[in-house]
Design a protein around this ligand. Structure first.
Ligand code: DGL
Length: 240
């Protein structure tokens, strides 16, 4: 299968990593729109323009399906994108909501972008939920800067909960740190892969496209993805 995956930057690579682990023999086309980072504070209108450009590009690669590896796009404009395009499109959030609604957890913390929290999508969880918008984290992660102090500040706002949803795909970056602090975490990419049932083909290829390539990006990719990949810079020519 040819699978298109996209995000505002490197966050969706955590989803790609799970996809490759579970369904290795496929061709993956990933687009990270890091020139327009962060998506988490953009309007729905902007999100629609940006994601449509990316999906149009992925379609030129003849992908069979598209996975929105971005919580912000998934929570705000998934329905619109599904209606606009005539191929299977999967969002990253609904499998996690379904998983939680069938779980025994009683209290759930959600860390996510401002726009994701504003969309109220996590209110569909039938548990006691505490939602913390974390607008400062994505730029720190993308630029390879220290995020620990900022994260600790956000965690102070969270009461004791049974589990924390990493509601933005960039956040598995600090999953080990949270686990060391004894928080249980939910990685949305892992949950998605448990629900997906993709076929495996013979060929296996990973092509990564980013709208801006620099040293920080390559360092981050190598921290996340452990397989061979081809990397290319591609600006889709939209206004910033
Ligand atoms: N990784 C994306 C998400 O899951 C977008 C983060 C951002 O660009 O603000 O929401």
């Amino acid at each position: 299968m040819r699978i298109g995956v996209f995000d505002s930057g490197i966050g969706g690579l955590f989803v790609l990593k799970e996809l490759i682990n579970n369904y290795p023999n496929n061709t993956y086309y990933y687009f990270g729109d890091n020139i327009n980072i962060p998506y988490g504070t953009k309007s729905k209108y902007e999100l629609k323009i940006l994601s449509s450009k990316i999906i149009d590009f992925l379609i030129t690669k003849e992908v069979d399906i598209i996975i929105i590896a971005c919580g912000t796009i998934s929570s705000n404009i998934y329905q619109e994108l599904k209606e606009k395009y005539n191929l299977p499109i999967y969002d990253i959030i609904s499998p996690t909501i379904e998983y939680l609604n069938n779980s025994d957890y009683k209290t759930v913390g959600v860390l996510a972008t401002e726009m994701t929290i504003k969309s109220n999508i996590f209110n569909k969880i039938n548990k006691e939920i505490y939602q913390i918008p974390c607008p400062k984290l994505v730029p720190l992660i993308e630029n390879n800067l220290d995020y620990q102090e900022t994260l600790d500040e956000y965690l102070k706002k969270l009461p004791k909960v049974d589990t924390i949803v990493l509601g933005c795909t960039h956040y598995p970056f600090f999953e080990d740190y949270l686990n060391r602090l004894n928080y249980k975490t939910i990685n949305m990419g892992k949950v998605l892969c448990e629900k997906l049932n993709l076929e495996n083909n013979k060929e296996s290829k990973v092509r990564l496209y980013f709208s801006k390539i620099n040293h920080d990006l390559v360092t981050n990719i190598d921290k996340i993805i452990k397989c061979d990949y081809q990397l290319e810079e591609l600006c889709l020519n939209y206004q910033k």
